[in-house]
Design a protein around this ligand. Structure first.
Ligand SMILES: Cc1ncc(COP(=O)(O)O)c(C=O)c1O
Length: 389
């Protein structure tokens, strides 16, 4: 009765079962995987945010496939103001409800069934489902760690086939926190030119460099046909508002052909709602309040992590440049899943095993740096207690 693409294994995995068991037994779990900013104890300006949603114009229905012009102009203003010198044409922006929807539109635009997309490994786990739903095949290319993460270009070249349509990069990547360097950017453009591929760049964490030095967006990348995805969920810490976008840049003829087609895809769904689009300028401005809070939190937790790591031997942290996560390297005495289950059962702390993000081997744990600081300090202490035996 059902499509093969929905033949997912829907039984809970051992890690999820262990979480249920520990909660059912009445233990309070310290969650070090918090990725929902609305539940991270941050001070939002709720009055301004909610006030912006009650505009009288929201009673009018003005179906615009790319999204309301005023909202697209607000996105262009974000690039102009936050990423000085980057002038994004509002007509090159298509609004979506989420970055996930943006991925789906672009996969639909570029791929026939079974066409291939190159994706980084380790990276964001939702890619698998997005690809399944669009009948696209993901082909991973490795990121290598050697005092910082780098794209393994020889492997990228080996991964390309006549079915490849695009390369995905996450800038900075989740969970490795590594930005695409200038040299990698040039090499990616050359790679795309050689094989006629598009570039898809996920920049949801772009504004969270830990050293405070802004990194360049790909939103105006002119060489390859480039789709840059971002949205309010991380930029303003407002995932519940469901406002994201895809900007298209590159060679003029390709950009206009891509936009005409993207417009038809977006017109088929018309998924944007009026209140959020009308509130877009205010919601985007909220970044000025929320990003400093989040950056302070990220840095404080990272400092606390390093302080605790300095007092033990078994565990170390990998270099991180930006984003909301830290990767810990731990001795491989069992699988990462077994270790996270042991940590949960012994000390009631939730951390993610590396294999959730497709780390190639065991020996990695992932923690969220947006966790409230008290919870982070206490939780890390307990995790390191278990890892150090
Ligand atoms: C790399 C990356 N892209 C996209 C998203 C989701 O963004 P959105 O809420 O706009 O779908 C996440 C969420 O954690 C993410 O880590």
């Amino acid at each position: 009765m059902f499509s093969h693409r929905t033949d997912w294994k829907l039984t809970p995995n051992r890690f999820t079962e262990a979480q249920r068991e520990v909660s059912a037994a009445g233990f309070e779990v310290l969650d070090l995987t918090v990725s929902n900013p609305t539940r991270a104890g941050l001070a939002y300006d709720s009055e301004t945010i909610l006030g912006a949603l009650a505009r009288p114009e929201a009673m009018d229905y003005d179906p615009q496939p790319r999204g309301l012009r005023s909202a697209r102009e607000a996105v262009a203003a974000y690039y102009r103001e936050q990423h000085e010198g980057f002038d994004v044409d509002p007509d090159a922006i298509v609004l979506t409800t989420s970055t996930s929807e943006g991925y789906s539109y672009v996969f639909r635009l570029l791929c026939n069934a079974e066409d291939e997309i190159l994706v980084p490994k380790p990276s964001y786990p939702l890619f698998e489902f997005l690809a399944d739903l669009q009948d696209v095949k993901l082909v991973p290319y490795p990121l290598l760690y050697d005092h910082g993460w780098q794209i393994d270009f020889p492997s990228l070249y080996k991964a390309v086939s006549h079915r490849t349509r695009a390369v995905v990069v996450v800038h900075p990547n989740n969970p490795t926190g590594s930005y695409v360097s200038d040299a990698e950017r040039s090499a990616l453009n050359a790679f795309c030119a050689e094989y006629g591929l598009a570039l898809m760049v996920d920049e949801v964490f772009l504004d969270y460099p830990h050293d405070g030095a802004a990194r360049a967006t790909f939103a105006v990348n002119a060489e390859a046909l480039t789709f840059t995805l971002s949205g309010l969920s991380k930029i303003s810490g407002l995932p519940q508002m469901k406002l994201a976008w895809v900007t298209t840049s590159g060679p003029k003829d390709k950009v206009s052909a891509a936009l005409e087609r993207l417009e038809v895809i977006a017109d088929t769904y018309l998924s944007m709602n009026a209140p959020v689009q009308l509130a877009a300028p205010v919601l985007l401005e909220q970044r000025r309040q929320i990003q400093p809070l989040l950056l302070d939190r990220l840095r404080a937790n990272l400092e606390e992590l390093d302080r605790q790591l300095g007092k033990q031997k078994a565990c170390e942290r990998l270099d991180v440049e930006g984003g909301w996560y830290a990767v810990l390297r731990v001795p491989v005495t069992q699988s990462d899943e077994d270790l996270t289950i042991e940590i949960l059962r012994k000390v009631s702390v939730l951390v993610h095993p590396g294999h959730f993000y497709d780390f190639p081997t065991d020996g990695y744990l992932i923690v969220s740096l947006i966790t409230p600081p008290e919870q982070f300090r206490e939780g890390m202490g307990r995790v390191l207690g278990v890892v150090n035996g």
